[in-house]
Ligand binder design. Structure first.
Ligand code: UT7
Length: 321
């Protein structure tokens, strides 16, 4: 059994902050941000648009797209590093909001690789026939973890959510390759927001995302092509057969570099970072949903999904649409 994607959905907050707005907040400018990252604007969640709210909206649209009722869902996994609450988990909140009364729900934190790892986890459950239908969500309110006085990070991130519906099927393909490099964890960090009650201070700097951008960049451009090659070798798949490579949207230059290192045309590597910035675990499902709604996928198309991020962690999955 393989979990086939039978529906996709996403939710993008209404509020848009363009590069021009950021140039009044920190010492930066539109030209630099576009050239170095490909980002033109990002969406910022309003007060009502909590991580769970966006996740539930994305799940609802994915279920509509799949033509399924919430009560038919057996499993919900939400990947997030920016839940509104530590407990209850975001996926239980989604369950409540959409009425998925029969689902088992839990969250998964693997930062920008989170959606991919959640998808892999669901595949294991569906493959073993423990569950038959699953909703996998990537949802982030990164604006809450962003230090808006740090130009090294604040230009990169945005908020949003994406989701897919999986149904167990006897036909189809799904293979994954994953890796983690915990020893490199210090290059991308964010500690818990909560301070012991006796500590009296305003928000500590380490409670915002902190990043050695150059190190993360080097890691991504070397490891992502490597893991994609490993996946293609493992599955004995000719790269010419891949319809699209759906990469985590962290920086357009990273995507271009991966395409070049793999000797592939950029048209196989869709990019939407200009509109959303880096939405961490939400970036892959948002892009999948955009392409699906444009009618970019046909039955039988082979897709490679690739994620990378804090941990450090990275992975790639091959699936048949
Ligand atoms: O999801 C995974 C998480 N993160 C990533 O994947 C991020 C990976 N890293 C990156 O995308 C890039 O490293 C950044 C976009 C963060 C930075 O780009 P860069 O080309 O590595 O820039 P840099 O840090 O080497 O800085 C180049 C110059 C420096 O000035 P000098 O020393 O050359 O005079 C910086 O001070 O650009 C300056 N700079 C800026 N200028 C305007 C750094 N940030 C900014 C800024 N606006 N926001």
């Amino acid at each position: 059994m393989v979990g086939k994607i039978i529906g996709t959905g996403s939710y993008i907050p209404e509020q848009i902050w363009d590069n021009e707005k950021l140039s009044h907040m920190v010492d930066t400018n539109d030209e630099w941000i576009r050239e170095r990252t490909g980002i033109a604007r990002r969406h910022i969640a309003g007060e009502e648009e909590t991580t769970a709210y966006m996740a539930a909206k994305a799940a609802e649209t994915a279920l509509q797209n799949a033509g399924m009722k919430a009560a038919e869902v057996d499993l919900i996994i939400a990947a997030t590093i920016s839940p509104g609450e530590i407990m209850p988990c975001t996926s239980c909140e989604v369950q409540k909001r959409i009425g998925a009364v029969n689902a088992t729900c839990f969250d998964l934190n693997s930062a920008c690789t989170g959606f991919l790892f959640a998808l892999n986890t669901a595949q294991a459950y569906l493959g073993q026939e423990i569950y038959h239908t699953a909703v996998i969500i990537g949802a982030e309110s990164l604006s809450h973890l962003t230090n808006w006085e740090d130009r090294g990070t604040c230009i990169l991130f945005g908020d949003g959510a994406g989701a897919v519906v999986l149904k167990a099927s006897p036909e189809g393909r799904y293979t994954q390759v994953t890796h983690s490099s915990g020893e490199k964890g210090s290059v991308l960090t964010c500690t818990s927001r909560n301070q012991p009650k006796y500590v009296e201070n305003s928000r500590a700097p380490e409670t915002y995302m902190q990043m050695d951008g150059k190190e993360v960049f080097k890691f991504a451009v070397s490891k992502v092509p490597e893991v994609i090659r490993e996946l293609l070798e493992k599955t004995e798949t000719d790269s010419g057969k891949i319809h699209r490579y759906i990469l985590h949207q962290a920086n357009e230059r990273i995507v271009k570099s991966v395409a070049k290192r793999l000797g592939e045309e950029m048209e196989k590597f869709p990019v939407n970072i200009a509109d959303y910035g880096n939405t961490s675990s939400a970036s892959i499902p948002i892009l999948l949903d955009e392409l699906n709604r444009k009618g970019d996928f046909s039955q039988g198309d082979l897709l490679v999904l690739a994620g990378f991020g804090a941990g450090l962690s990275y992975g790639a999955s091959l699936l048949e649409w």
